[in-house]
Write a protein that binds this ligand. Structure first.
Ligand code: HAM
Length: 434
C-alpha cells in the first residue's frame, strides 16, 4: 500500500493552503493595527523549557510531547547512555514558551521599556488521540505581549481576538467567550489548598487521575472529562471567591473594559486552562455548535511569572493562541463561503507545434507583466487545450497559430462573454493584466 500521511496530520491541498495564507495575512493585518510584529522561533526547543514553562504535571508535558532526537543521540540512548540537557529536545506543543525564551534570551524588554508585542503562526505538535478538531500536528496563530501588567493589555488582546474571528467570517453568535481570573502568588496557594482538601473529601468518587492530581496539581481536576469528576468539580470552591484585592480589581477592570467595548463574555470560575503558567486573566473562545468536544477555537491569558521560570528577570506577560483547523471547522459549520482561488488571467493555446516557442514567450511576457498565465505542456489537441483552459478558470484564451505569428496579431477570447477581438501580440500582456 502507498505510504499515507502520519496519523493525526493533514495535508493542506492547494485551495486550503491558499486559505491558510489568507488566514495568516488577516491575522497580520488585524494584529498589526495593535502594534504586533512577527517573530519566528524554532519548531523544537530544549525539553526543559516546556517542563519548566508549561508545567510537568500538565497533560501537554506529561503525555503529549513529541521528543526530537538525532540518529546519533538515539543510538547513544539505545546503548544505555544518557543525554545532556541541551540534547534533550521536544517539538513545540505550543508557542508561548519558545517566544518567552526568545524574549529573555535577546533581552527584548529591557527594564523600563515599553511592552514588546509579538505574533506568530505555524505548526504545533501534541501526541494526542486524533479526533475531529484534534490533530497531532496543527496550526496556531498566536500573540504574546510582554512587559505590562495593566488590565488594558488583557482587554485589548481579547477585543483583538474577537475582531480577528469576525474578520475571517466566524459569526458572532456562533461563539462564546469565557473569562476567569486565576489569581496570583498571593491568593492562589490558599485556593489550591482549598481545592486539594475538597478533592480529598470526595476522593471515593473521583477517577484515579484526579486522586493523583489532588497531590500534584489540584486545579487540573477542573479539566477532567470524567462525568463523575465533572459533577464534583462543578461544586468545588471557586477561585473568584478567593482572589486577593489586587487580583479582584484587575479582573474587574478587564471585565469593565470588555463591556465598554461591547464584547459579550461569560464568567466561568471553573475555567483553569490546560497549562500551568497562567496568573490572573484567563479566557477561552468556544464554538457553540458543530465542533463536538473539541470546541475551543482559541484561548489564552496572563503569565506574570513565566519569564522567571525560564531564567529571566520578572516581566509580566499575556497572550493567546487560536487553532486554525478548528476555526476552519467552525467556518464550515456556519456554512461560510470560501473565496474562490484567484483564476488564470490568460491561457495561450497553440494551433500546432510550430508556434510552441512563440506561445511559451507570450505566456512568459504575460507573467512578467504580472498576470497569471498558462499554457499546455503536453501537446494536447486544440479542443483539449480549451478544456484545460476551462478547468483552470481562464478569463481569456489566446489562440496562436502560424498565421497569427506571421501577422503579429492574435484573437483574444473572453471566456465569460465569448466576445473575440483581434489584438496585436505585443499588447496581450497589458490587456490581460489586472
Ligand atoms: P491552548 O488552549 O493549549 O493554548 O491552545 C490554543 C488553541 O490551539 C486551542 O484553543 C485550539 O483551538 C488549538 N489546539 C490545541 N490543541 C490542538 C490539537 N491537538 N488539534 C487542533 N487544535 C488544537 C496555548 O497553546 C497557549 N500557548 C495559548 C497562549 C498564548 N496563552 C498565552 N499565550
Amino acid at each position: 500500500m502507498a505510504i499515507q500521511a502520519p496519523e493525526g496530520t493533514k495535508d493542506m491541498l492547494p485551495d486550503e493552503a491558499a486559505f491558510w495564507t489568507q488566514f495568516k495575512n488577516t491575522a497580520a493585518e488585524v494584529f498589526g493595527r495593535y502594534g504586533y510584529a512577527p517573530i519566528e522561533t524554532p519548531l523544537f526547543e530544549q525539553t526543559e523549557l516546556f517542563v519548566r514553562g508549561i508545567g510537568e504535571a500538565t497533560d501537554v508535558v506529561s503525555k503529549e510531547m513529541f521528543t526530537a532526537i538525532s540518529g546519533e543521540n538515539l543510538k547513544k540512548l539505545l546503548d544505555g547512555g544518557t543525554l545532556r540537557a541541551k540534547s534533550r529536545l521536544s517539538l513545540r506543543p505550543e508557542g508561548t514558551a519558545g517566544v518567552v525564551r526568545a524574549v529573555v534570551q535577546h533581552d527584548l524588554v529591557p527594564q523600563g521599556a515599553a511592552p514588546v508585542k509579538l505574533m506568530y503562526a505555524g505548526p504545533m505538535f501534541r501526541a494526542e488521540r486524533p479526533q475531529k478538531g484534534r490533530q497531532r500536528q496543527f496550526n496556531q496563530v498566536g500573540i504574546e505581549c510582554l512587559g505590562a501588567e495593566e488590565p488594558t493589555v488583557d482587554a485589548e488582546a481579547i477585543i483583538m481576538l474577537m475582531q480577528f474571528y469576525a474578520a475571517v467570517g466566524i459569526p458572532q453568535d456562533a461563539m462564546r467567550l469565557l473569562v476567569n481570573s486565576m489569581g496570583c502568588d498571593a491568593c492562589r496557594p490558599a485556593y489550591r489548598e482549598k481545592v486539594r482538601a475538597y478533592l480529598q473529601e470526595h476522593a471515593d468518587v473521583l477517577c484515579d487521575a484526579c486522586q493523583g492530581r489532588a497531590e500534584t496539581n489540584p486545579l487540573r481536576a477542573f479539566d477532567c472529562k470524567n462525568p463523575d469528576c465533572a459533577r464534583i468539580m462543578a461544586d468545588a470552591p471557586k477561585i473568584t471567591d478567593c482572589l486577593c484585592d489586587d487580583c479582584r480589581a484587575h479582573y474587574q477592570a478587564v471585565k469593565d473594559l470588555l463591556a465598554q467595548a461591547g464584547v459579550a463574555f461569560v464568567e466561568d470560575p471553573t475555567l483553569v486552562r490546560g497549562l500551568d503558567y497562567y496568573t490572573r486573566t484567563v479566557f477561552e473562545v468556544q464554538v457553540v455548535d458543530g465542533l463536538g468536544a473539541q470546541n475551543a477555537i482559541g484561548g489564552g491569558g496572563r503569565y506574570d511569572k513565566l519569564t522567571e521560570e525560564v531564567g529571566g528577570r520578572p516581566t509580566p506577560g499575556l497572550g493567546f493562541a487560536l487553532g486554525y483547523e478548528r476555526c476552519l471547522l467552525a467556518l464550515q459549520a456556519a456554512g461560510a463561503e470560501f473565496p474562490a482561488p484567484e483564476r488564470c488571467a490568460v491561457f495561450v493555446a497553440c494551433v500546432d507545434e510550430t508556434v510552441r516557442a512563440q506561445a511559451f514567450a507570450l505566456v512568459q511576457a504575460c507573467r512578467n507583466a504580472g498576470a497569471r498565465a498558462d499554457m499546455d505542456h503536453q501537446r494536447r489537441s486544440l479542443k483539449s487545450q480549451f478544456k484545460l483552459a476551462d478547468k483552470l478558470g481562464a478569463r481569456h484564451v489566446c489562440v496562436l497559430g502560424p498565421d497569427e505569428v506571421a501577422a503579429g496579431s492574435v484573437t483574444l477570447r473572453d471566456m465569460q462573454t465569448h466576445e473575440e477581438r483581434m489584438v496585436p501580440l505585443a499588447e496581450v500582456p497589458s490587456l490581460v493584466v489586472g
